[in-house]
Design a protein. Structure first.
Ligand code: EPZ
Length: 421
């Protein structure tokens, strides 16, 4: 097992380039199952979850070639070799459920483990199953397995009870090969949904309205191959923006889509950090004499404040002047980082779905444990500013969603190293 050792670091300074988006890459890789032709996906981030998705696709018959040095994956699924998702890989990440729509559309059947909960919540898939059933899939569940089959899916009007990102993606992928038109209402509008639609249209699908709450899909008989470049990772970018403000630094974050970062930039400005659009990205600068100011956060579906930035922002508000209220409306258990931050000296109280964060003057480094991906990122940020040394265990969680994070941070002057424990 590996861990990070972080020592209190000087203000971060310099330029950092963000990698491709994990949450765009994973559904787009799943979508390559929809066509027998070869697809070339560019700007794919080198992550544990992407590696798992590659291995997972191979079990369904995909030929893959990942040129890591070029961040490029070539995928060809000439024939679906199996429609049974292997349990260990299927349970290693939530995104594995996203092969359900493509396999139903391409091979008319699928057997896949019902995803269990994870550290941040129960994460049911009822909206996924509701949409796929509306498209004509016969779905049964037994002993924790989901069985689905459909001769040929047919278009339908689907209203999502919640703008679920994963459900929107699964239904979209199933609908592109269904007979007739599908309308998904109350769909998720995250940038990663728009990116998936962009990839599907690049290989011959007819998806319109992605990025709005109503997506219209005209089914086609078949899809071709194509090339597609993934959008930058807005959560990685937001994490570096918080790191710059938290360490009182001055950092240029490159390879970003500024629009995707509006909620994070707005909250950083509210806390009195300066965020300016630069030629090649966003410049985050600390301009205060004193401490950052308090701010209230409420996580919401896009374009609201992203739940994936909640933990990182808590690290910042833990040291801000005043009391901040952070309300997590998306996941029911996404405060796992609070206990660890309190062990570093943060003053945080949880009341139902809210965390009341009393800003303190300083944090002290100690040994902490990563419970989930973004909680791990929050602990890294706190370690950069805490007095003394912070040791973060179970960092494989962090490697799932951040590509070479310690190298990127060291490039900005952070004192962080990866050691085997
Ligand atoms: C995606 O998860 C992301 N993962 C998550 O990022 C992100 O936090 C989340 O969207 C919200 O933005 C990937 O894209 C791989 P949801 P997903 O379906 O699709 C409930 C990270 O850190 N729900 O929008 O699972 C669910 O329980 C990860 O990168 C149902 O009730 O998110 C949750 O409370 C973490 N029924 C809420 O909706 C359903 O059928 C949001 O889920 C589906 C979801």
């Amino acid at each position: 097992m590996e861990k990070f050792i972080i020592t209190q670091s000087p203000p971060l300074k310099g330029t950092v380039r963000v990698s491709g988006s994990k949450n765009a890459a994973l559904p787009i890789l799943a979508a390559t199952l929809l066509t027998e032709a070869q697809c070339v996906i560019k700007d794919v981030p080198e992550l544990l979850d992407v590696q798992r998705m590659e291995e997972y696709l191979q079990t369904f018959g995909a030929d893959t070639q990942w040129q890591r040095e070029k961040n490029k994956i070539t995928v060809g699924v000439k024939k679906i070799a199996s429609t049974e998702a292997p349990y260990p890989l299927a349970c290693s990440m939530r995104a594995s459920f996203l092969v359900m729509g493509p396999l139903l559309a391409r091979a008319a059947r699928v057997k896949i483990p019902l995803p269990g909960g994870c550290a941040i919540g129960a994460r049911p898939v009822d909206q996924h199953l509701k949409g796929l059933a509306a498209l004509g899939a016969e779905i049964t569940q037994e002993h924790g397995m989901v069985y689905a089959k459909a001769k040929r899916l047919r278009g339908a009007n689907i209203y999502l009870d919640f703008p679920s990102v994963g459900a929107t993606e699964n239904i979209m992928m199933a609908a592109v090969l269904a007979r007739g038109r599908t309308i998904i209402e109350n769909s998720a509008i995250e940038p990663e949904i728009v990116d998936l639609a962009g990839f599907l249209n690049a290989i011959g699908a007819d998806v319109r309205g992605a990025g709005t709450d109503t997506i219209r899909i005209n089914g086609v008989r078949g899809l071709r191959g194509g090339e597609y470049t993934i959008i930058p990772d807005r959560i990685e970018a937001g994490t570096f923006m918080v790191a710059a403000a938290l360490t009182r630094g001055d950092v240029l974050i490159e390879n970003i889509v500024a629009d995707h970062l509006k909620p994070v930039a707005a909250k950083l400005k509210e806390a009195n950090a300066a965020v300016e659009e630069a030629e090649t990205g966003l410049q985050v600068r600390y301009v205060l004499r004193g401490r950052l100011k308090r701010a209230d956060i409420k996580t919401l579906p896009y374009p609201g404040f992203p739940t994936d930035m909640q933990a990182q922002f808590m690290s910042l508000l833990a040291l801000a002047e005043g009391t901040s209220i952070i309300t997590e409306t998306i996941f029911e258990n996404r405060f796992m980082h609070v206990g660890e931050l309190k062990r570093m000296g943060a003053n945080i109280k949880i009341e139902s779905r809210s965390a009341i964060v009393e800003g303190v003057e300083k944090l002290a480094g100690t040994q902490v444990r990563t419970t989930d991906l973004r909680a791990g990122a929050a602990l890294i940020l706190s370690g950069l500013i805490a007095e003394g040394e912070t040791e973060i265990d179970d960092i494989y969680h962090i490697d799932r969603g951040y590509c070479k994070i310690e190298e990127k941070l060291r490039g900005l002057g952070a004192k962080i190293k990866r050691v085997s424990s």
